[in-house]
Design a protein around this ligand. Structure first.
Ligand code: GDP
Ligand code: MG
Length: 173
């Protein structure tokens, strides 16, 4: 039977990274289980919710996606404020996308107001790779970040990534 008394923990998660990396596509795949070949300007809301049930509590991920402001490198500080999980997305088939991801990670750190879980996401793993695996490995080791590869197109690893990260948030005491 459904337990209506379970605690629901709201967690803010932000999506950052270069334009065209697939941030919106990952969110749309997660929340609506669909994919569009065209570029998606925005999910159409400030954030979308995704619930993950754990033993004795539920995490409500409030997933913030940009409305394309990353093109102008102008995300308002309120975008970062209070976020407990940050996904830095890059396109595995575009070398420059990884370079930009590193800059976005710096940007997040300079604005974040509390300790946050940071994860680098190599998206579009269905396409031929242009990024060096060793370079990625050294970077994430140095930064203490998680790393996952995904494809919003083929639905590879998408739900899994959000669930694993939600599970890393300390449970309520
Ligand atoms: P955003 O600017 O980071 O939000 O990127 P979008 O989600 O708008 O995606 C940019 C483009 O990449 C669109 O044409 C998507 O269809 C495409 N795309 C997104 N994810 C994938 C993927 O996993 N594989 C492939 N092949 N294309 C993708
Ligand atoms: Mg987008």
């Amino acid at each position: 039977p459904h337990n209506h008394h379970q605690a629901i923990i709201p967690i803010k998660l932000v999506m950052i990274g270069a334009a065209n990396a697939g941030k919106t596509s990952l969110v749309v795949r997660l929340v609506k289980d669909s994919f569009q070949p065209e570029s998606l300007p925005t999910v159409g809301a400030m954030f979308l919710n995704k619930f993950f049930q754990f033993d004795g509590y539920t995490i409500k991920l409030e997933i913030w996606d940009t409305a394309g402001q990353e093109k102008f490198h102008s995300l308002a500080p309120m975008y970062f404020r209070g976020s407990k999980i940050c996904l830095i997305v890059f396109d595995l088939s575009e070398k420059d996308s990884f370079v930009k991801a590193k800059l976005w990670a710096k940007e997040f750190k300079s604005h974040s107001t509390e300790p946050a879980i940071m994860a680098l996401i190599g998206n579009k793993c269905d396409l031929p790779r242009a990024t060096d695996a060793l370079e990625i490995e050294e970077y994430i080791k140095g930064e203490g970040m998680y790393y996952f590869e995904a494809s919003a197109k083929d639905n590879t690893n998408v739900n899994n990534i959000f669930q694993i990260l939600a599970d890393k948030v300390p449970p309520p005491s």
